[in-house]
Design a protein around this ligand. Structure first.
Ligand SMILES: NC(=O)c1ccc[n+]([C@@H]2O[C@H](COP(=O)([O-])OP(=O)(O)OC[C@H]3O[C@@H](n4cnc5c(N)ncnc54)[C@H](OP(=O)(O)O)[C@@H]3O)[C@@H](O)[C@H]2O)c1
Length: 293
């Protein structure tokens, strides 16, 4: 039987949520995964899940299929060390994929959010992602093959109030991802955008202290009641696994789509219809939700 080379995939933000589910799914599908995030303890805890007998076949068990690496995506001065660590631990596997997933939501109306918080949002969701992609891309270009999967959001296709800065970071990501798709058109490196709707992860837990400080803001914000509502009523979304399944598809299929929208039927139809509905109608409907008493 032909001995296929093992492909390795870097997943940023692998310590939790969508990234964690993706790392597990990819390992179980035979890829070698480098899981990157700041919380090393959470990254290593994934290994215990993978050692269960049902997860990996016997011959696979001899292989180090999951390698956690501490990496803060906002610290470009560390990227060379991270890349060196990846190559020293990959033991000759071909670097095939990069899943740019690390990200968070900086909540707040434009009138409430600080300039520093806006910059922080872009450092992680945009500049960090672009800087790290540039590093990895130079190696992918040497092999002239691979997949770059950028985790955007439905908020990258329709701007939402009170998370406008998050939306802006994802719109910026959309734009640069499209440019990269065209720049890599004549290579065998495919760039794929994933737009999840609401997913059940800890993303809201990360935002919670920020919302609480917005509620306590002096003088009070015009939106303090809505912030309070967001703290207490977290809407239910899809399981992380459903996004991980799509990421696996984007990496493993011969001809992946350029974009996958992952969400309910209502979300998918809403996105498709957006271009046919005047802005005035969309904005008034969405604005109602934050202005009605
Ligand atoms: N949940 C949703 O409803 C939803 C919807 C659409 C899109 N998304 C997108 O999906 C991606 C993953 O979000 P999630 O919902 O899975 O959130 P999550 O559960 O909070 O996970 C976020 C991951 O990003 C990592 N991360 C954050 N800042 C980082 C940094 N500076 N350097 C390295 N890693 C960092 C976190 O790891 P450490 O804290 O350990 O560093 C964590 O592993 C994000 O890009 C998000 O915008 C989420």
């Amino acid at each position: 039987m032909e001995n296929k080379p093992i492909k390795s995939i870097i997943v940023t933000g692998a310590s939790d949520g969508i990234g964690k589910a993706t790392a597990i799914k990819l390992v179980e599908s035979g890829y070698q995964v480098f899981g990157l995030a700041r919380r090393y303890d959470k990254l290593t805890s994934i290994s215990t899940k993978l050692s269960s007998p049902s997860s990996l076949s016997t011959e696979n068990k001899n292989w180090n299929y999951y390698i956690p690496i501490e990496c803060d995506i906002t610290k470009p001065q560390r990227f060379d060390n991270v890349i060196n660590e990846i190559f020293s631990k990959s033991k000759g596997t071909a670097l095939y994929g990069l899943v740019n997933n690390a990200g968070y939501v900086e909540p707040g109306a434009i009138e409430d959010i600080t300039m520093q918080d806006i910059r922080n949002q872009f450092e992680t969701n945009f500049f960090g992602l672009v800087g790290f992609t540039k590093k990895v891309l130079s190696f992918m270009l040497e092999n002239s093959q691979g997949r770059i999967i950028n985790i955007s959001s439905v908020s990258g296709l329709i701007s939402l109030p009170l998370i406008g800065v998050y939306s802006a970071s994802k719109y910026a990501l959309e734009s640069i991802t499209d440019a990269l798709k065209m720049e890599l058109w004549n290579t065998n490196i495919k760039v794929i955008t994933i737009n999840p709707g609401l997913v059940n992860t800890d993303i809201n837990t990360v935002s919670k202290p920020k919302l609480i400080s917005l509620i306590e803001k002096k003088p009070p914000s015009r939106f303090s009641e809505i912030y309070r509502k967001y703290v207490h009523n977290v809407p239910q979304g899809l399981p992380s696994d459903s996004v991980a399944d799509i990421i696996l598809k984007a990496i493993s299929s011969e001809k992946p789509k350029s974009r996958y929208i992952v969400g309910s039927r209502k979300v998918k139809i809403g996105i498709r219809m957006k271009k046919f509905i005047p802005d005035r109608i969309i904005f008034s409907q969405v604005a109602k939700r934050i202005h009605q008493k």
